[in-house]
Design a protein around this ligand. Structure first.
Ligand code: GDP
Length: 334
């Protein structure tokens, strides 16, 4: 039975990856900082995962966890992921996102150098680029978060040159009902559940024109696993190839609320539901991110399965269910 150690197992990607690997027959060890059994999305797999306590900043705890897990594969998904927080806490962001990885790589190299390592690299490393970004696009990050991910990405490369099977998966934004509530997609769908319940408080957002290549996290974890099963270790870009604006996301949510019969006013202009608040506008904004993921298509055989409207729908439906709201259309059909 293959053994995998997942750091950040209680986060969005960690929970999807744990489910995926368990289905493939893996023994899963999950590094956590606190009691994971209360994490809603882990409920289904809790009994089948062995949790190990530790923090990426604590090398002694990592060594103990590694020895217990003795993994064939390590997925380093833990990290400080929110761009604005990386401006408030840049050194902590580095300590976790860069220091954490290098501690793991050193442990792998010293203790079990045949362990394969997946590092969660990010499209934020590219910064502002015209057009699509591929594996060879120069990295020009615009935030401490982006710089930390770039440093970690380079560490993967130099440890790979020393013989470790290590890869950086350059994942573009990937979302799901499990996304953190501070990220814009989840912020919008959460507010939308309130609107469906009759609350007409306007949602305060930042730059509505920012564009992201949003895909579904459940699809993306499959690419992580595929990257660790190639003949040669290599970095891959993962995304859908299409970007949409924050405004388009909101418009699609309103359209869906209208279609599901939650209220007649959901066909009204977005401005009736959303307002721009300068506090959420980023000074170093990345305006548009789009993936060129041809290499992943051809070499990994990976393609995203859920499209953008489908992603918006599952996020919204999950939020509505959490609020106890039933779509009138569906209720009528029941
Ligand atoms: P990121 O791409 O990893 O920074 O993911 P986010 O979901 O945090 O942000 C995606 C885009 O949405 C960025 O360009 C933000 O500037 C933009 N955005 C606009 N309004 C908001 C907001 O209220 N919250 C967040 N998190 N992002 C916002």
């Amino acid at each position: 039975m293959k053994r995998a150690l997942i750091t950040g197992i209680s986060g969005q990607d960690g929970t999807y990856l744990a489910e995926y690997l368990l289905d493939l027959g893996y023994q899963i060890y999950g590094l956590v900082r606190r009691e994971p059994r209360t994490v809603r999305w882990l409920q289904g797999v809790c009994e089948r995962v062995e949790f190990l306590y530790g923090d990426l900043r604590d090398v002694a705890a990592l060594e103990v966890a590694f020895r217990k897990a003795w993994p064939d594969e390590v997925y380093n998904l833990a990290g400080q992921v929110f761009v604005p927080s990386s401006w408030e806490h840049p050194s902590e962001t580095f300590d976790v996102n860069v220091g954490g990885l290098v501690r793991l790589l050193q442990i792998v190299e010293r203790q079990k150098p045949d362990t394969r390592v997946y590092q969660a690299s990010s499209s934020e490393m590219f910064g502002n680029v015209d057009g699509h970004c591929g594996e060879r696009t120069p990295l020009n990050p615009a935030s401490p978060y982006g710089v930390s991910k770039m440093a970690a990405h380079h560490l993967v490369r130099i440890y790979r040159d020393r013989g470790i099977y290590a890869v950086g998966g350059i994942l573009f934004n990937h979302e799901s009902p499990r996304r953190g509530p501070e990220m814009v997609t989840r912020k919008i769908t959460r507010a939308a559940a309130g609107w469906a319940n009759g609350d007409r408080t306007k949602l305060k957002l930042g730059n509505l024109l920012a564009r992201r290549d949003w895909g579904f996290a459940g699809d993306y974890v499959k690419a992580m696993h595929a990257m660790l099963h190639q003949k040669e270790p290599k970095d891959y870009v993962i995304g859908t190839g299409q970007s949409h604006s924050v405004a388009e996301f909101v418009e699609l949510v309103l359209k869906e609320l209208h279609r599901q019969g939650h209220g007649d006013d959901f066909d009204r202009p977005m401005e009736e539901f959303v307002e721009v608040d300068q506090r959420f506008v980023r000074p170093n904004e990345i305006h548009n991110l789009r993936a060129d993921c041809r290499l992943a298509h051809t070499e990994l055989g990976w393609k995203p399965e859920l499209d953008f409207p489908g992603l918006v729908r599952i996020m919204l439906d999950s939020e509505l269910a959490a609020f106890g709201v039933q779509s009138r259309a569906r209720a009528a059909a029941d």
